[in-house]
Design a protein around this ligand. Structure first.
Ligand SMILES: [Ca+2]
Length: 552
């Protein structure tokens, strides 16, 4: 039995104790906790809530103190969890970056999403979003919001860099050779660029490949590349996530009087383990330098979140803003094996071996496996909703309800008073956040896919190259199905089907399919119905005010 905290087993911090974790929290301490009512989406001045979505990269379910972490220091996020809602059954869209972010941005689950695998690994080409893959930024922009993304995008073109083959090489995370592209040319013709997918402002990296660099030669500003001269010649001068943070704070300053949607997505805590300093853990003399760096990635991300919250409070926007924090997939037990020794990244340091990297510090929260897996360690992630003037639901009522990234777009659309695309798979969970009672939330089962992939598989299931794995979460049940080959619609008799009761077995150790044949049959049927072979045809979207007129 593993110690996966639930909303009841892990008591919420007392308000006084939680506030003591941050100096800027003093301003909030004076505010009475607001219970939202039916008017909760009309903030003072008649504004709809601002939205801040913070997405961490490869951040496991157990990575936060608020989720049971004992070693890594995350005081700012722990404070948000204590003051807001710490959802214990939050799910990413998939077990690796590209498909997970596709789900987060577009509200489509793995059976319908445009991207269902990390295509850079399979084809050498980055994933794309097509015109009908409407993002939450496009929805909110249509509703009148100012939109900005700062950090890792993960879709579209950056032909200036030529990806090196993925393998046991060093250059995968230190790509230096320019490709055939012209550095100076704007890519306004790339329909998959952030500025073409609903964002007014963008500072960051376009491709997942580029995101292996923490001190890159350049970043994107809008649809142009912008050099970072301090990093020339592999000098560690300008740390990319710090640039994203600075741009984020500038965005908040610039748009404080408007309704805005901010998406902050640094590549922290993704491999390689690179940070400006390891001060927070320099007293851990028994650790390797690599371990101190990895731990510092968590705490640095937490510090950045604290800076964003501080700025919201300084600008008087805390009551007008909903902050959501989550992750894109589970932690990396095997990244070092996949992309080579970290000595390639930092020649001065020593890599933890695989056994050590496996859920070091229990970052998967005791769930089964981690990144790349559709067992819960790969897809269940922290999910925190914070906003003193917006979040009004009683955590004891809602914190253990399963939902996740697939629901983000329809939820944000609902808060902004605009329709979502009619064919999204997610549903609005606005009431679970605000505490409004508008007829209840009828949430469908959560569905996930992992096409055959070359990723190393350490989850105890069949080799990931040989199976098309699907998974479903429905109430207390979690089903995982391994279909041989590349077709998840293959006959049930040929697939390996597993059923777990997460209420008694959160680590998915006891397959109870034979004890519950009715549940097994129902979920297999549901899984088959959820899969559509790509490309999935999306309907056209015309945004309309909720119950009102068209906006375009
Ligand atoms: Ca990731």
């Amino acid at each position: 039995m593993v110690g996966v905290p639930t909303s009841r087993s892990l008591p919420r911090l007392g308000r006084r104790a939680a506030l003591a974790t941050g100096a800027a929290a003093a301003a909030v301490a004076a505010l009475p906790r607001q219970r939202a009512d039916a008017a909760s989406t009309k903030r003072r001045n008649g504004r709809r809530p601002n939205i801040v979505v913070i997405l961490a990269d490869d951040f496991g379910y157990g990575g936060l103190g608020a989720y049971g972490q004992q070693v890594l220091k995350t005081p700012n996020l722990d404070r948000l969890a204590a003051e807001g809602i710490r959802f214990t059954q939050g799910y990413a869209g998939a077990s690796v970056c590209s498909p997970s972010r596709t789900t987060l941005l577009t509200g489509m689950h793995g059976g319908h999403a445009r991207n269902r695998s990390n295509s850079i690994r399979e084809t050498g080409k980055e994933s794309q979003l097509l015109p009908r893959d409407i993002t939450f930024a496009e929805v909110l922009k249509a509703a009148g919001y100012r939109t900005g993304i700062f950090g890792k995008w993960g879709f579209g073109q950056d032909d200036y860099l030529t990806p090196a083959p993925i393998g046991v090489t060093c250059d995968v995370h230190q790509p230096e050779a320019p490709g055939g592209g012209d550095f100076a040319v704007a890519n306004s013709r790339d329909g998959s660029h952030p500025l073409q997918k609903g964002f007014d402002a963008f500072v960051g990296l376009v491709t997942t490949y580029h995101a292996f660099q923490y001190w890159p030669d350049y970043l994107w500003r809008g649809n142009r590349r912008s050099r970072l001269p301090a990093n020339e010649g592999n000098v560690k001068g300008t740390y990319a996530p710090q640039v994203y943070l600075d741009a984020t704070l500038e965005f908040l300053d610039a748009h404080q009087d408007e309704e805005f949607c901010l998406y902050f997505a640094p590549q922290l805590v993704h491999f390689p383990n690179q940070v400006p300093d390891t001060e927070a853990y320099d007293d851990q003399t028994s650790w390797t330098p690599e371990m101190r760096a990895y731990a510092s990635q968590y705490t640095l991300l937490d510090t950045y979140v604290g800076r964003i919250i501080d700025r919201l409070e300084q600008l008087g926007l805390a009551d007008d803003t909903l902050v959501l924090f989550t992750g894109d997939n589970g932690p990396t037990p095997d990244e070092h094996l996949l992309v080579g020794s970290s000595t390639c990244a930092d020649t001065e340091t020593q890599s933890p071996d695989s056994a050590l990297a496996d859920y070091l510090w229990n970052t998967n929260g005791g769930l089964r496996a981690g990144k790349h897996s559709l067992y819960d360690g790969g897809i269940r992630v922290p999910l925190i909703a914070w906003g003193p003037g917006v979040v009004g639901a009683d955590p004891d009522d809602v914190a253990d309800r399963p939902w996740g990234s697939v629901d983000l777009l329809p939820t944000l659309a609902d808060l902004a008073g605009v329709t979502a695309p009619s064919d999204v798979d997610g549903v609005s969970v606005r009431d679970w956040i605000t505490g409004e009672r508008r007829g209840g939330v009828d949430h469908p089962p959560l569905y996930f896919e992992r096409p055959p992939a070359g990723d190393q598989n350490l989850d105890g299931g069949p080799p990931s190259q040989l199976v098309y794995t699907t998974a479903i979460r429905w109430g207390r049940w979690k089903a995982v199905r391994h279909a041989p080959g590349s077709d998840p619609l293959i006959a049930d008799s040929r697939a390996v089907f597993e059923l777990y009761d997460l209420s008694t077995d959160p680590a998915e150790q006891r397959n109870v399919a034979s004890l519950h044949p009715d549940v097994a049959a129902r979920l297999q049927k549901r899984m088959r119905a959820s899969h559509a072979p790509p490309p999935y045809h999306r309907k056209a979207y015309r945004p309309r005010r909720t119950g009102g007129e068209f906006l375009t």
